[in-house]
Design a binder for this molecule. Sequence first.
Ligand code: KG4
Ligand code: ZN
Length: 342
Amino acid sequence: MSEQKDRFILGIETSCDETAASIVKNGKEIVANVVASQIESHKRFGGVVPEIASRHHVEQVTIVLEEVMAQASMSFQDLDAIAVTEGPGLVGALLIGVNAAKALSFAHQIPLVGVHHIAGHIYANQLVGDLIFPCLALVVSGGHTELVLMKEHGSYEVIGETLDDAAGEAYDKVARTMGLPYPGGPHIDRLAHEGKPTIKLPRAWLEEGSYHFSFSGLKSAVINTLHNATQKGETIAPEDLAASFQESVIEVLVGKTLKAAKAYDVKQVVLAGGVAANKGLREALTSAFEDQPDVNLTIPPLALCTDNAAMIAAAGTIAFEKGIRGNMAMNGQPGLPLVSYE
Ligand code: KG4
Ligand code: ZN
């Protein structure tokens, strides 16, 4: 039997505020990984400023690519493909990564593969261990909140999604109202562990059997609670408000994930996206699936939860194997839908 040659794929990610490049072996093993974060530049504006993000990507992308090749001690000729986030994301930011990938692909005659950012977040789990199908992914990031059912590699069925704000967006907006720095998620998470969930807040279960989410009502309830207290001259302990908000978000996320896992009889549940770094969510999911021995629960390490390029290379490996190829007409697509490969 002939042994299969190892496959090395370079991933490039520039969809939001991280300029990242990574080389992944056989879709599972990180050879090199570089992430240049712009968070410090956006902090004073309380959110990501698209124009500033694009400029940073332009400044960083060549440096990050040189660094990743040096870290891997590889040359471009050693690569089997270049995978890049094609969308969704900020159009100007996406364009920088797409153009860098196209230039490298053209100059070195290496196949080009476009990757969906959410497929990337899900495939961060493939860097932990092989995905087991049918698999249910709870995707919680700054821009997305979705339950995605996967029957095989490269197959994505969105069975539920947010009708308004994404979970991370709700965290960031609530944090902003509480006077916490951007991005607010980690700050609320930390505060929540110091407080008690003593404030009554709503849970958006929506209609019976729905796997959709809604966080804007909860966000407004937190803002109203704060305003009412200020008007009455009362003070609310920020750690108790954070704990109450976090409990409400987690209860719905975990409740719906558990229900869907049972209904679709999945073998694995994976957590994905920036909010997957949330300590409370990780703990609650772990305990919810403790008495589900037939379901493998996988939660990626913190560095693979927030935006990175290793996840893009991992998802790109599957796309490459399925025969997906990009060309010089590839563009950044801010509203790219998550579709299954044929
Ligand atoms: O996936 P990501 O890095 O970027 C997008 O694709 O959106 O997610 C960023 C989001 C932000 O909203 C941030 O506040 C949130 O992830 N986040 C957290 C935590 N760490 C990051 N939210 C809650 N708890 C955390 N520990
Ligand atoms: Zn992301």
